[in-house]
Design a protein around this ligand. Structure first.
Ligand SMILES: Cc1cc2nc3c(=O)[nH]c(=O)nc-3n(C[C@H](O)[C@H](O)[C@H](O)COP(=O)(O)OP(=O)(O)OC[C@H]3O[C@@H](n4cnc5c(N)ncnc54)[C@H](O)[C@@H]3O)c2cc1C
Length: 392
């Protein structure tokens, strides 16, 4: 589904039934699940990489060295790839999972310019993939970048399969991964009642609903103040016994004055229930040792995200305390100015290593929207041109 491959899922209860599904014999040592490819080839209990390899998706890089390497094929990386290749740069795009990133997991993006009826994340990503391929981008899927090093200003990135990609410039667009509730069936309700982060676009969907927001930080507080204008009631679910330590004072004061926001302290969601979409949740209070069920169709999880920037460790790229890449003018301000020795004035999306640029959610203080990620991907290519023009 994430990669726009249509498939049938047939539950199999016994081996005799399995044999009726295929024309050819199933070898006796086969283990469920069995995957039949469009060619008729059968795979026994394959992992994602085996399926991708058999679909011909895992390819070797065509070049030893590229003008620009782009890591992460979410909206920012895809956009950067399309603009870079369409402007004549030899371009490789490396993705550890599936095309589309977080946006690829969204069932409908309603606020992206040009799609008045919305578009599914997978469709948007697939269109971008086709555009990138048309312009000659080398796309390497199911390859994770694990370590980066800068040698003679070129970036050398080791991939998990043991290969190395070399490029004159690099755009890092490895995004964030949202923290989850860690509950059984959580993935089942993704976008069907459970949402990560909470944007203004979702608020209008919640008219007259009882909405639950998990988290007590500023993003949760802002979301509560936004949702309370539309929803019948907003309940913030927080593990701690107060909000003072986690929420800015001005948000706290405003929340305390709004009638339709309640806060459940010492609480966490311990179960999700529903037939298809979310219908009910269980909240457990750790002090009272009680569990209560609440009907709801909307849970927004605002417990922060983790940037995918482990690859940047020991590279000299300045990151903030949470791990986001710091770029542009922020690098010259406190506290980041002390973390490197400025030898150049960084462009807006340039990191502390001149040949390395960052775009999208991975950036310190980024907007965390599809449109801004796409915009930054395109802008980063302009800065790559400036860099290449100056140094090659
Ligand atoms: C469920 C959901 C719904 C959303 N809905 C909306 C919406 O309606 N409107 C909106 O504007 N925004 C929405 N957002 C936010 C939006 O999707 C993100 O802001 C956007 O996807 C950020 O794009 P990005 O390219 O910066 O990063 P990401 O989308 O996070 O993509 C990063 C990519 O990098 C890959 N990667 C990570 N580490 C490595 C590595 N080491 N090597 C190679 N690849 C790596 C990841 O697998 C991923 O594919 C939604 C987010 C979620 C989770």
């Amino acid at each position: 589904m994430r990669s726009v491959v249509t498939f049938d899922w047939v539950p199999v209860t016994n081996i005799d039934f399995l044999r009726t599904l295929f024309v050819q014999d199933i070898p006796f040592d086969f283990i469920l699940p069995v995957v039949e490819l469009p060619t008729g080839k059968l795979l026994s209990n394959p992992d994602i990489e085996t399926i991708a390899r058999n679909l011909g998706w895992i390819t070797k890089p065509r070049n030893v060295e590229y003008d620009v390497s782009i890591f992460g094929a979410g909206p920012a990386g895809l956009s950067a790839a399309v603009y870079a290749a369409s402007e004549g740069l030899s371009t490789v795009l490396v993705e550890r999972e599936a095309i589309g990133g977080q946006a690829g997991t969204s069932s409908r993006i309603e606020n992206y310019l040009g799609f008045p009826n919305g578009i599914t994340g997978t469709e948007l990503a697939e269109r971008a993939r086709q555009q990138a391929v048309k312009f000659g981008v080398d796309i390497l899927l199911i390859r994770e970048s694990i370590k980066a090093a800068f040698v003679d200003s070129k970036i050398h990135v080791d991939l998990i399969d043991g290969s190395t990609i070399i490029a004159k410039a690099n755009i890092s667009a490895t995004g964030v991964i949202y923290r989850k509730l860690d509950l059984n069936d959580e993935d089942k309700y993704l976008d069907l009642g459970v949402y990560y982060g909470a944007g203004s676009s979702e608020a209008a969907l919640c008219a007259n609903e009882h909405v639950f927001i998990v988290g007590g930080g500023n993003s949760a507080g802002q979301a509560a103040l936004n949702f309370c204008k539309h929803a019948k009631k907003v309940t913030m679910v927080i593990r701690g016994s107060g909000l003072e330590a986690t929420l800015s004072y001005y948000l706290l004061k405003r929340i305390q004055t709004v009638n339709n926001i309640e806060v459940l302290f010492d609480s966490k969601i311990t179960a999700l229930h529903g037939n298809g979409a979310l219908q009910e949740i269980t909240i457990t209070n750790s002090v009272m040792q009680t569990s209560t069920n609440y009907p709801t169709r909307f849970v927004f999880v605002c417990i922060g995200g983790k940037p995918n920037t482990r690859w940047a460790e020991n590279t000299g790229i300045v990151r903030d305390a949470a791990g986001y890449l710091v770029t542009g003018a922020d690098l010259l301000k406190s506290p980041f100015a002390n973390d490197w020795k400025p030898t150049f004035t960084p462009d807006f999306l340039q990191t502390s290593i001149p040949s390395c640029f960052a775009a999208g959610d991975i950036r310190h203080d980024s907007v965390k929207r599809v449109a801004s990620a796409v915009g930054e991907g395109a802008m980063a290519v302009t800065f790559v041109h400036h860099f290449l023009h100056k140094h090659y």
